[in-house]
Design a protein around this ligand. Sequence first.
Ligand code: KG4
Ligand code: ZN
Length: 332
Amino acid sequence: MNILAIETSCDETAAAVVSDGRTARSSIVASQAALHAKYGGVVPEVASRRHLETIGPVVQEALAAAGCTLDEIDAVAATQGPGLAGSLLVGFGYGKALAYARRLPFLGVNHLEGHIYANWLIEGPEPAFPALCLVVSGGHTDLVLMRGHGQYERLGGTLDDAAGEAFDKVARLLGLPYPGGPHIARAAAEGGPSDLSLPRAWLPGTFDFSFSGLKTAVLHAVRAGRWSIPTIAWEFQEAVVDVLAGKTARLARELRAAEILLAGGVAANARLREEIASRSPVPVRVPPPHFCTDNAAMIGAAAYFRLALGERTPWEADIFTANDWSRVGRRY
Ligand code: KG4
Ligand code: ZN
C-alpha cells in the first residue's frame, strides 16, 4: 500500500510516499527555519502563508522522488493535530481535497503518534510491545506506554516547558540562533564539566518533568558572566539529558517494557541517545535524526496501521490543536 503523507503542523512543509508503513520511498522537507530565524521563533501567520506557497511543489517533489504518479497512490494521510492551527489547516485541507478528488481513502494522523511511528521506518525487526515511548519535541515531552498499535497510556510529561522548548529558550539566552537544539548541542561539544551547578527537577514519585527552573538558573548564570557559552550549553544539556534518561530508564524497568522508543526532534540529540542507551535495562530504538525532527514519512507510517484496519477520517473532520493522548485514535 502506497500512502502519500503530508505534514504541516509547525514550520516544515513536508510530503512523503511510504510503502506498507515501513519504507519511505521519498521524504521531502521544506524547512522555513531561515524565514523565522530573525524572530527567534515560529511566527504562526508567516508559517501558514509559506505552507500555502510550498505545499503543491513539495507534494509533486515527493511523488517525483519516489518515482511514482498519483495513479500508484492508494491512500492519503495528513497531520490533523496537535500543532499551529493555520499551519495544520493547509496540509490537512490539501490532503483531504486531494483524496476526495482522487476518490482515495483519507486519514488524519495525530502528530505525536506520527513521531512514535518514525521507529517503524528503521530497517530490521519491528518494535516489540509493550514499548515505552519518550516523545520529546519542541511542543511536547511525554512518557507514553504503547501496548499495541494505536494503544497509548500517558504516564508522565512536562509540567511547564517542553524539552525542545527549553533548548530553544536557552539558546536564545545564549545568543544562539533558532531552532536552538542543534546549536546548543554543537556549543556543548566544545564545553565540559565546570563549577556551574544547574538544578535537576526530579519530582520524586512521578514521571513528570519540569524545565522552567533550569531555564531560570541558566538566565542567572548568563547574567553572572562567569561561564563561557560552551560551558553553559554543556551543563544545560547534561541537566536535561540526566533527568530524561534517568526517569525513562527507571520507568522502563518498573513497567518491564520490551523496548524504549525515542521520538521527536530532541531525540536527534546525540547525548540523549547515548545516555538513554547506557542507562536503559531494555533495548533502545531511535530513528535516524532526519526522521526524529518533523517529516511526513512518519505520518505515512502511522497512517498505514490505521488504514489497514479499515479506519478512515470522515470528510467533515476538522483539525485539532491540543495535546491529548486520551483522544489519540478516537475521531475528532
Ligand atoms: O519534533 P520537532 O521537529 O518539532 C515539533 O514537533 O516540535 O522538534 C523540534 C525541536 C526543537 O525544539 C529543536 O530545538 C529540537 O527539537 N531539536 C534538538 C536537536 N535537534 C532538534 N534538541 C536537542 N538536540 C538536537 N540535536
Ligand atoms: Zn514534531
